[in-house]
Write a protein that binds this ligand. Structure first.
Ligand SMILES: C[S@@+](CC[C@H](N)C(=O)[O-])C[C@H]1O[C@@H](n2cnc3c(N)ncnc32)[C@H](O)[C@@H]1O
Length: 256
């Protein structure tokens, strides 16, 4: 079985679109996994059989695909802009509808919740975090973090929103309650509508250019007019004008 057929079989059996991931990166990660799982390099038929029959191997395969690294206020200066420039321009509406797409362990939507809790303490907003990986969403709901994930959280915020037990930090219930989580595959599942803010950060880098372009069109459609797309610090939308966005500053694009 060649790699193309392997991707087709994975799509058929596991509903995962490997074609949308950058092929060289993906192959390198899968090759390493095959070595670890003692499958001969290039034996995609053997690898597929293993994934279909061994749950642990399948979970390792998902981990390889998903790369869950995240932290609170990732790229702190961008979260400062979100707080000081972007939210003030959106908060003429009383309730914001926000989507953190590919939210991993929840640090991103919870960072947004912390900011909104401070900017609008008496208002309720709808903040949703989604990810393809159910295990990481379970961890997001538990909201327990290690010190590294809090390195961009100021001292006063750490004291206000986290309880420390040993080497773990537990997020306070009032912030946890502001965010809901749901499984969603960006490449295959339908998108919602009328979002005021969509954060989709540090996941598109794994996707092909075609997949990125298709997603940017879908994000544009999913936003309300005036709504903002927040992307990762190493990401860029070259054709934002063509898509119907204005660039606010790096990382932030507003739907016209
Ligand atoms: C590096 S993390 C980014 C987390 C967070 N957005 C941040 O910037 O800190 C990438 C996340 O993308 C998720 N992911 C990968 N492929 C996905 C897909 N097709 N649909 C939804 N999420 C996906 C992974 O499970 C992982 O949690």
């Amino acid at each position: 079985m060649d790699f193309s057929l392997f991707k087709e079989k994975v799509r058929g059996s596991f509903k995962l679109d490997l074609n949308a991931y950058k092929e060289n990166q993906l192959k390198r990660r899968l090759d390493n996994l095959m070595v670890k799982q003692k499958v001969n390099m290039g034996d995609y038929a053997g690898f597929f059989k293993l994934l279909a029959s061994d749950h642990k191997a399948y979970m390792d395969f998902l981990d390889t695909l998903t790369i869950n690294v995240s932290e609170f206020f990732r790229d702190r200066s961008m979260f400062n802009l979100l707080e000081e420039k972007v939210f003030p321009s959106l908060l003429n509406k009383s309730t914001l509808k926000i989507w953190s797409a590919a939210c991993s362990s929840g640090a991103e939507p919870y960072s947004i919740a912390i900011i909104l809790n401070e900017l609008t303490p008496n208002r309720r907003h709808q903040i949703e975090g989604t990810d393809i990986d159910r295990n990481i969403l379970q961890m997001a709901a538990e909201a327990r973090y290690n010190p590294d994930q809090l390195r961009n959280v100021s001292g006063p915020r750490q004291a206000k929103y986290f309880r420390r037990e040993g080497n773990l930090y537990f997020l306070s219930d009032n912030i946890k309650r502001m965010v809901s989580f749901r499984q969603h595959d960006l490449l295959l599942d339908p998108f919602g509508q009328n979002y005021d803010l969509i954060a989709c950060r540090n996941v598109m880098i794994y996707f092909t250019r075609e997949a990125q372009e298709a997603l940017n069109i879908k994000f544009h459609k999913a936003l309300s007019p005036g709504g903002v797309l927040f992307i990762g610090a190493s990401e860029m939308i070259f054709n934002y004008k063509e898509l119907g966005f204005d660039k606010i500053t790096s990382c932030f694009y507003r739907r016209k």
